[in-house]
Unconditional design. Structure first.
Length: 254
């Protein structure tokens, strides 16, 4: 299936490891030029070098996306380097933080970077003839029974999904599609589920038992869904929340 992404200019945040890195690899394989950012300079440089070695055009900068000015500056430099922007992937997250500072951390690490990224990139997306945005959500935003009680991560991610849907309906008349991909348990080296597997194996096995497909997801599973929505393969998808969870959620997907 031809995604029609050859020659597209894509910006991916949080691209140095895990899901973000897999998204960057998949988009590069589809023929996109890339603008990548992450906080860790060394890991980002390594990811960018690997992509360039495979023939991709890559502009990469270490950026703290919780700094609105730094994020907006990165967007402008990315557009300058690539000659515009067609695709955005907002992949950053503060994670499932704990303690009294968790609400502010989740707001600054999840919702505000997504909102700021779209706002900064909007003039460039409006000039594109294939503008598409995907934000990474989570199944925690859809199921209050799954998290261990009420927490900021789930609530703020639910706000991310709502904002994505509102943007989708506001921007579709301008030719800009916005959608969400919500992963379930995704395992990769250095990720949360690898840590749980080694540190709390009983929790790891409990969740594995709830996955009808019989395995944890991979970053490539999520990257495939993101690429589908970004490309012409998903050209009639507007405001979709595509769940990629191996069947973890038991609610009917109306």
């Amino acid at each position: 299936m031809d995604t029609g992404l050859t020659g597209a200019k894509a910006l991916v945040t949080g691209a140095s490891r895990g899901i973000g890195r897999a998204i960057a690899r998949t988009l590069a394989a589809e023929g996109c030029s890339l603008a990548l950012c992450a906080r860790g300079e060394e890991a980002l440089a390594k990811a960018a070098a690997e992509l360039r070695a495979d023939g991709a055009t890559v502009f990469a900068e270490p950026v703290d996306v919780t700094d609105p000015a730094a994020l907006a500056g990165f967007v402008e430099r990315s557009a300058d380097e690539l000659g515009g922007l067609d695709l955005l992937v907002s992949n950053v997250s503060a994670g499932n933080v704990k303690g009294p500072e968790s609400w502010e951390a989740s707001l600054r690490g999840d919702l505000l970077p997504f909102a700021g990224l779209v706002e900064a990139a909007l003039p460039h997306l409006e000039r594109s003839d294939r503008a598409s945005v995907v934000v990474i959500g989570t199944t925690n935003a859809s199921d209050t029974a799954r998290p261990a009680g009420a927490n900021s991560y789930s609530a703020i991610k639910a706000a991310v999904v709502q904002h994505a849907s509102a943007l989708a309906h506001a921007l579709a008349p301008k030719g800009i599609r916005v959608n969400t991909v919500s992963p379930g348990p995704i395992e990769f080296p250095g990720g949360a589920w690898e840590t749980i597997r080694t540190g709390r194996p009983e929790v790891y096995e409990e969740v594995l038992g709830k996955l009808p497909i019989g395995r944890y997801g991979t970053p490539e599973d999520v990257a495939a869904a993101v690429t589908f929505l970004l490309g012409r393969t998903g050209s009639f998808c507007v405001g979709v929340n595509l769940v990629v969870d191996g069947g973890l959620l038991t609610r009917v997907q109306y």
